[in-house]
Design a protein around this ligand. Structure first.
Ligand code: ADP
Ligand code: ADP
Length: 223
């Protein structure tokens, strides 16, 4: 589903954020990317959803070589990838329902189907009482769940999340993690960047550790 072949990424001439990274994440996998701040986790995620194009090497997502896609083709690729940002990036002047509906509006869904599908996912995340609220009136954990609902409402092939549990307490972390697991069970390939060791240890999934832009460890976290 996700393949990187000898990928390097430099933002500036002198420094590289990623150096010669190769990896394969099969369809249906669930992996954590870990490593210290500055290790290159966010850069790797941005390469997967084609926000960045690598300086060297190839990125292949669901059979498409991202490096060779035209500017027009990139939005099509992105439709199959749900993204959750660290700071949520919810629209403050729209309701929770509208924030999640955007994903389906872009895909051209009809209003009725959007309403049903959005309500359904918000309900599954325990947000049915919040549909008409604006994001700033929600707790951090609730905002993160809205961001997850927006990323998952169209059952994407891939879910990418950057430090999704960063500001959350243990109970909210558990909740977010179980949403990832459910999405994964439904067939979504999940890639989560985190430096939260406890989240990784409690998850029993695969872990890829980056250090200074290189993969230094790949391990299965055992039960
Ligand atoms: P992580 O997500 O693991 O904290 P990043 O991928 O954000 O790591 O950063 C990797 C390296 O790339 C760091 O040295 C960082 O300073 C650098 N970097 C990240 N984004 C930019 C940018 N937009 N411009 C220049 N350097 C950047
Ligand atoms: P199901 O979960 O059985 O597929 P729906 O998701 O269609 O059912 O709806 C469950 C309940 O939520 C129904 O009572 C329906 O009327 C209500 N509902 C559906 N969409 C919305 C919405 N956009 N706003 C408020 N209530 C809704």
């Amino acid at each position: 589903m996700i393949q990187l072949h000898n990928v390097s990424m430099s933002y500036q001439a002198e420094s590289t954020a990623l150096t010669d990274v190769s990896l394969k994440i099969p369809k249906g996998d669930f992996v954590f990317l870990t490593g210290q701040s500055g290790a290159g986790k966010s850069t790797l995620l941005k390469l997967i959803y084609a926000e960045l194009i690598p300086t060297r090497g190839q990125v292949v997502i669901d059979g498409a070589n991202v490096t060779r896609l035209s500017r027009k083709e990139i939005p099509y690729l992105r439709r199959s990838i749900g993204v959750v940002f660290q700071d949520y990036k919810l629209l403050p002047n729209r309701t929770v329902l509208e924030n999640v509906a955007i994903t389906l509006e872009v895909l051209g869904w009809g209003k009725r189907d959007i309403g049903k599908k959005v309500y359904h996912i918000l309900k599954s995340m325990g947000l049915e009482d919040k549909v008409n609220t604006t994001p700033l009136r929600l707790s951090g954990g609730e905002q993160q769940r809205v961001a997850l609902a927006r990323a998952l409402v169209n059952d994407p092939k891939i879910l990418i999340a950057d430090e999704p549990t960063g500001n959350l307490d243990d109970e909210n972390k558990e909740q977010i993690l179980s949403i990832f697991k459910e999405a994964n069970i439904r067939g979504t390939t999940v890639v989560v960047a985190t430096h939260d060791r406890r989240v990784i240890e409690n998850s029993h999934r695969r872990m890829i550790r980056l250090e200074k832009g290189r993969i230094v460890e790949v391990a299965d976290v055992q039960e």
